[in-house]
Design a protein around this ligand. Structure first.
Ligand code: ATP
Ligand code: MG
Length: 367
């Protein structure tokens, strides 16, 4: 799929920006703090229904204004017009798909994006929530049923936590336990399958970027293990058992301790944990390989390429590695930010300059 037209109104530091976007690689260049990342953020926001980095929607509204608005016209198997508006006074977020008011779940999958950027450091080094978000963002975009199941599951966990806080007895919890097992095991199955497929693709990318003597491993780490069958785990059985064995502790700590809301992922290079032992460069390369693998995986699952958003991924790389990344990144539409125009022999790119919340066309570059 392709984003053909983007319209911003009072989004971050953009007052009014209309932009036509083409196929191939588009480089957004400019000095620091001009609006390069903001532009990619706007695309992610209109595609996914929430910002990848803002803690609150308010942050998206241009200083001194009341309403931020983004509109995206998408071409592909399902051509669509997507709109999102955030209102400061009412605190409301409104989403429209093809002119009709919609929920977040109806937006997902119409403009599928893979975003790589500085926040990915958190995926490797930060709290588990960042790694769960990686799985959920990709899976929700490729499969709406995953998203709806996840929403229901998280509601069950919240309700269960509420009951645990009020000293509820077993009979009150039972129906919630059942749902936790039902929804939770389905989520775990899907995540496990996703991580295995992602690991394979990310490993291949990592080998090409890092030069061959590094092996990247990525493993799904759920809170429960099916000890009876570790190679082909029965998540349902494992969850039922874990709920039983944690009953006392859950009541004591008053919170749900088992289930995919506490899942994690583990990364290793040549067998050594990347979070603890990886160098900055290794962590950076692994994060990038992971996103490049995700692009491929989304394409395989969807039968269509996602729109690729690369924020600052070239920053710590020398020129030859930069050219390598430009060659590695596949897909019919790639938008990439960098402070300057990267050198990439043999690759044709469109060059847009970003300055103080305005985008201007620079001459086309063919190295
Ligand atoms: N709600 C907002 N209203 C107005 N300006 C904002 C808002 N939010 C952020 N900005 C401004 O946007 C600028 C940062 O933009 P952005 O993160 O896109 O920079 P960048 O071009 O990616 O820079 P870098 O190269 O440092 O990553 C900052 O100057 C910030 O003050
Ligand atoms: Mg930036």
């Amino acid at each position: 799929m392709r984003l053909v037209e983007l319209r911003l109104r009072d989004f971050r530091n953009y007052a009014a920006q209309d932009l036509e976007l083409g196929a191939g690689i588009t480089i957004l260049s400019g000095a620091n703090a001009q609006g390069k990342s903001n532009l990619l953020e706007s695309i992610y926001t209109v595609a996914v229904g929430r910002s990848p980095r803002a803690a609150s929607d308010d942050e998206l509204i241009r200083f001194g204004q009341d309403r931020a608005y983004v509109r995206a016209e998408v071409d592909g198997v399902r051509p669509s017009v997507l709109e999102i508006a955030v209102d400061r006074r009412s605190g409301e977020k409104r989403i429209k798909v093809n002119g009709v008011q919609a929920q977040r779940g109806q937006l997902l999958g119409r403009l599928v994006v893979v975003l790589a950027g500085p926040m990915d450091d958190e995926v490797i080094r930060g709290a588990p929530v960042h790694r769960r978000r990686l799985m959920d963002a990709a899976l929700s975009q490729v499969s709406p049923s995953y998203y709806f199941r996840l929403v229901r599951y998280l509601r069950v966990v919240r309700q269960r936590n509420r009951l645990l806080k009020t000293d509820a007895a077993g009979t009150v919890l039972a129906p919630w336990d059942e749902q936790l097992v039902e929804l939770g095991s389905a989520i775990m199955e899907r995540r496990r399958e996703f991580v295995a497929a992602l690991a394979e693709r990310a490993r291949a990318r990592h080998t090409r970027i890092a030069g061959g003597d590094e092996r990247l491993d990525l493993v799904y780490v759920p809170t429960v293990a099916d000890e009876a069958s570790p190679t082909a785990p029965d998540d349902r059985r494992a969850l039922v058992r874990a709920l039983e064995s944690h009953r006392r502790e859950e009541r004591h700590r008053r919170v749900s301790l088992v289930g995919p809301h506490r899942d994690d992922l583990r990364f290793a290079v040549n067998g050594a944990d990347l979070r603890t032992f990886g160098s900055r460069g290794q962590q950076h390369t692994a994060a990038l390989s992971l996103r490049l693998g995700e692009i491929e995986l989304v394409r395989d699952e969807l039968g269509e390429w996602p729109v690729v958003l690369l924020d600052d991924v070239l920053a710590d790389l020398d020129p030859s590695r930069q050219a390598l990344v430009l060659r590695e990144v596949a897909g019919p539409q790639v938008l990439m930010t960098h402070t300057v125009l990267p050198q990439a022999p043999g690759i044709s790119v469109r060059h847009l300059a970003v300055r103080a919340g305005a985008v201007s066309e620079e001459p086309h570059v063919r190295h």
